[in-house]
Design a protein around this ligand. Sequence first.
Ligand code: 1CP
Length: 349
Amino acid sequence: MAAMSSEPRAAAPFLVACRRGTPAHTPVWFMRQAGRSLPEYRALRADVGMLESCRRPDLVTEITLQPVRRHGVDAAILFSDIVVPVAAAGVDLDIVPGTGPVVAAPVRAAADLDRLRPLAAGDVDFVAEAVRLLVAELGDTPLIGFAGAPFTLASYLVEGGPSRHHARTKALMYGDPALWHALCGRLAQITGEFLRVQVEAGVAAVQLFDSWTGALSEADYRRFVLPHSREVLAGLAAAGVPRIHFGVGTAHLLPAMAEAGADVVGVDWRTPLDAAAAALPADVAVQGNLDPCLLFAPWPVIEAEVRRILAEGARAAGHVFNLGHGVLPETDPDVLTRVVALVHALSGR
Ligand code: 1CP
């Protein structure tokens, strides 16, 4: 049975689109499809902290499966958070409800790097266990593993928490490039190892989230970020799983993000997918890009936007339908289910 099961998985529409083939229908999944938009998630998380839930393979498995069961999406994404490997590598942090990741002692000087030791596979055994449980449960539905890219992780570590302008992060980057590159080098190791553990345990694809890198100019991205993201993505090239690379507000960075080593580039709602495809190399697929706020609009408006995005995505080498960023907690989950059905109905071949 084990030998047979790999065959249908390779034909899963999500993997076919990532490899720029012709899938039976345009695959669709949503960033943050697991989470507070789902009442069944809120019930499970009622008495369990965010980081603790990420460390419990039984909870990770159940939460990851919830949106697959409910919406019929074409891929699952591992329930975790970008700061989980950083915490496993020794950084004292918490994920505070309503705020996000908060770091006890931010990184501001060379001595602070000592708190960031290399990640060993054994530090994240709970993730490998969750991936194994999920692969067994998911059958033909691919599981996406993920990690945060060095720039976005560095932003949380240097700011100490979420920030709008990333001012301290940029101050460190411009003011002490040697420390910046040392920090990002360590983060590249942690992220690379975190993804390697997930791939070895059986994820079918990975997404590298560089959510906040759109805050940089292309020149600064190339100098301060690209070498580190490339190190992470190049380390996975031999594994043969599709690598998705995503950021917000990155219209000016799309070719550079592809150069970092992406098979699929995630695009937010600000850039039409056909324009993104024209800017990217011909052998790179696109993912996106419905504005998450549009899910609050009347259904005919949503339907028109889905049609537009499918038409624009059809001009790319491959298209994975998604939002342009994560599902907002207030989203009506029934609307997400309808979007999945609509994407499948409109794109079925
Ligand atoms: O109590 C809760 O429910 C906490 C909310 C929450 C959830 C559900 C956080 C805190 N993280 C998560 C899960 C999560 N985080 C997933 C789950 C998988 C899925 O997509 O279904 C993923 C992929 C992430 C990744 C993540 N965490 C990113 C990259 C994606 C993105 O949204 O840009 C980032 C930037 C984070 C940091 C983070 N963690 C949590 C919050 C609220 C934030 C953002 C804070 C900020 O605005 O800076």
